[in-house]
Design a protein around this ligand. Structure first.
Ligand SMILES: C[S@@+](CC[C@H](N)C(=O)[O-])C[C@H]1O[C@@H](n2cnc3c(N)ncnc32)[C@H](O)[C@@H]1O
Ligand SMILES: [Zn+2]
Length: 388
């Protein structure tokens, strides 16, 4: 985590009832184990290992392998996300009080395949492909969608070539480009940023960017690939599953943190939408791509996007709306008559917290390359709303 990110964060510890503490966080300087100087003016440095402490309630949040874990319940988070954390962080880097629970959780790690396990290598590899691979300038001339040996599927090759580069990132780049041409400075917060590939796409249009996600593995990858910080693992994506779930090494563009982070205006941290570690009213652009259908209470996301924005701030949301049945049932019960589609339902949720929908597009293609014999196609709804 960069020292300069502190001013955007606030303490997510829940006080009596449901209110978050909201206190400012400070670096516990005696706890800094590893610090990397990035630039002298403004003074920017990366803390690889240390502790953040709330200046109000004294709650502590660890920084592990450069990833600040700013969640309401640190012990529970470490146990529930043990799969991603244990691959990148050794037990003795954890605060002492959590080591016992953590090592017990390591014993229980499940290796079976769960599509929604955002700490699993394979799931992160799929997102990494959608975020960082393209077909236009395919990586060093390698057609990553074709098998390394044997014939590839002509259908998969043709769908990838036709639609891969036209996904949500292409649409959002256009919208943010239009905003940047009108506003001088865009300060963006991305909720559910995953492995962080949107930042490099938007970088030229932004003054500052902060990505937040609950997945430790995704944030560590984002900080490595988009910012250039060290990473213990290897970057591999699926090919022929006979060789393993992720077997193809990919070369991604090398990024230098000395260059990308020199102003101290970009970072990625671990946090949760339910108890966000973020200062309110600080941004004028808030982005949440493909996350609302993962929430038990989808209405939390528009409320959060609204709270983080200043007056006239812009929210961008996209989703293929793969609802869990219990969530859609509750949502249906709240909707006014006449709203019968997911896209209208979510636009309505945003208008309820004061957004005016300015732009909306349907059926943006979003492709997931599962392996050389499986391609998944989602159809995404995207909109841009302005906070009134
Ligand atoms: C479907 S993925 C989309 C990732 C990325 N935005 C994209 O479009 O490729 C949803 C992301 O939201 C994150 N997420 C889900 N629930 C969350 C929560 N309650 N708090 C923070 N992040 C959450 C997941 O970890 C995951 O990275
Ligand atoms: Zn606090």
């Amino acid at each position: 985590m960069l020292n300069t990110t502190l001013s955007s964060l606030s303490c997510p510890r829940r006080k009596k009832g449901s209110h978050a503490c909201g206190g400012a966080l400070a670096l516990e300087t005696k706890g800094i184990c590893e610090k990397i100087e990035i630039s002298p003016l403004p003074e920017v440095f990366e803390v690889r290992s240390g502790t953040l402490q709330c200046t109000h309630c004294q709650a502590k949040y660890p920084i592990l392998g450069g990833v600040a874990v700013v969640v309401e319940n640190v012990r529970q988070y470490l146990v529930e996300h043990v799969k991603g954390i244990s691959k990148l962080v050794s037990e003795d880097e954890l605060p002492k009080e959590f080591r016992k629970d953590f090592s017990e959780a390591i014993e229980e790690i499940q290796t079976e395949h769960i599509e929604e396990d955002l700490e699993a290598d394979r799931v992160n590899a799929l997102y990494l492909m959608t975020h960082y691979l393209n077909t236009a300038g395919s990586q060093k001339g390698i057609a990553w969608w074709a098998p390394e040996s044997g014939e590839g599927s002509p259908l998969i090759a043709s769908l990838v070539k036709q639609h891969w580069d036209q996904g949500p990132f292409a649409q959002i780049k256009k919208w943010v480009g239009e905003l940047a041409s009108k506003k001088t400075e865009l300060n963006a917060v991305e909720l559910g940023c995953g492995v962080g590939g949107l930042f490099p796409v938007l970088r030229a249009h932004l003054k500052s960017y902060l990505g937040v996600d609950s997945s430790f593995a995704s944030i560590a990858l984002a900080r490595h690939i988009a910012l250039g910080f060290a990473y213990e693992g290897e970057i591999k994506v699926p090919e022929d599953l006979l060789k393993g779930s992720v077997s193809r090494k990919v070369q991604l563009a090398k990024v230098s943190y000395k260059e990308v982070c020199k102003e101290g205006s970009v970072d990625f941290v671990v946090g949760d939408f339910e108890h966000p570690p973020l200062q309110k009213g600080r941004w004028n652009l808030s982005i949440a791509l493909n996350a609302i259908d993962m929430l038990d209470r989808p209405e939390v996301l528009p409320r959060l996007q609204c709270d983080l924005l200043n007056a006239e701030g812009i929210a961008i949301q996209s989703c293929p709306y793969i609802w869990h049945e219990a969530v859609s049932r509750k949502l249906r019960a709240r909707l006014p008559k006449g709203i019968v589609t997911s896209s209208k339902a979510v636009e309505w949720l945003y208008t309820q917290v004061g957004f005016e929908i300015e732009k909306s597009v349907e059926h943006v293609p979003w492709l997931f390359f599962k392996h050389v014999r499986q391609l998944e196609i989602y159809s995404v709804h995207m909109f841009q709303g302005r906070r009134s």
